[in-house]
Design a binder for this molecule. Structure first.
Ligand SMILES: [Zn+2]
Length: 231
């Protein structure tokens, strides 16, 4: 029986189904309920799947956020380290002895030798005490300069080379350049102790590489007349 044959029935489809088997109705209802249950299960399943996906997305976003935070923290640490390195290098530069573009020379009569012998002196100025080791270099050789290991703030004057009576101005100096190594004073030195925070080794015993190093040329001899020619 279909619903069309009962279109005129006022009590409705189910109420007038006198000739309809209740088993069919029960089956229909059961089927409906089963379908409804299936849909509900499907919905639950879909909701469950959606919840799982949401959860996965949240976890991924959370992981990405953590990764970004870690990267930001790492970058921050890196920036702080870099800033610290720059500051220590700046302090290192500021604490180093100011390097002159060239060293002045002064040719003076040698009172002890006499006879037209002269000595060439040079000098540099330090803003604070340092330990120092210096060498004069010529094309052929080098020799250590006579400078105390510990020098105080102020002018440091040192003998560079002799100027024999037969040397002419145009002959120039024997020394090509001066190399000076500097270190902070050692704790045992009788001066105000200070240190450089840069982390470079401070082997202030005159050996090993300098904490600061100069390689400086020398001013040429004075113009003619500054040095009298022998004879
Ligand atoms: Zn330093």
């Amino acid at each position: 029986m279909d619903q069309l044959t009962h279109s005129a029935c006022r009590v409705g489809y189910f109420a007038c189904m006198a000739d309809t088997s209740w088993v069919d109705v029960a089956g229909l209802i059961t089927g409906s309920v089963g379908a409804a249950t299936g849909i509900a299960a499907l919905m639950l399943s879909l909701r469950s799947t959606t919840a799982s996906e949401d959860s996965a997305v949240s976890a991924r976003l959370s992981a990405e956020a953590s990764k970004e935070a870690a990267a930001a923290a790492h970058a921050s640490v890196g920036e702080a380290t870099e800033l610290n390195r720059i500051e220590r290098n700046r302090d290192h530069m500021q604490l180093g002895p100011p390097r002159p573009t060239s060293l002045p020379i002064k040719i003076e009569q040698d009172e002890r030798l006499g006879g037209g012998h002269r000595n060439v002196w040079s000098q540099f100025t330090l803003p604070r005490p340092y330990r120092v080791k210096a060498w004069a270099f010529s094309r052929a050789s080098s020799h250590p300069l006579s400078i105390d290991l510990l020098v105080r703030a102020g002018q440091v004057r040192f003998f560079l080379e002799d100027w024999p009576p037969d040397r002419k101005n145009e002959d120039g100096l024997k020394t090509d350049r001066v190399v000076v190594h500097f270190w902070c004073p050692a704790e045992v030195d009788d001066v105000e102790h200070w240190t450089c925070p840069c982390g470079r080794p401070e082997e202030g015993d005159g050996s090993g590489p300098g904490h600061w190093e100069w390689q400086v040329s020398l001013d040429p001899p004075p113009p003619s007349g500054g040095v009298r020619r022998a004879g």
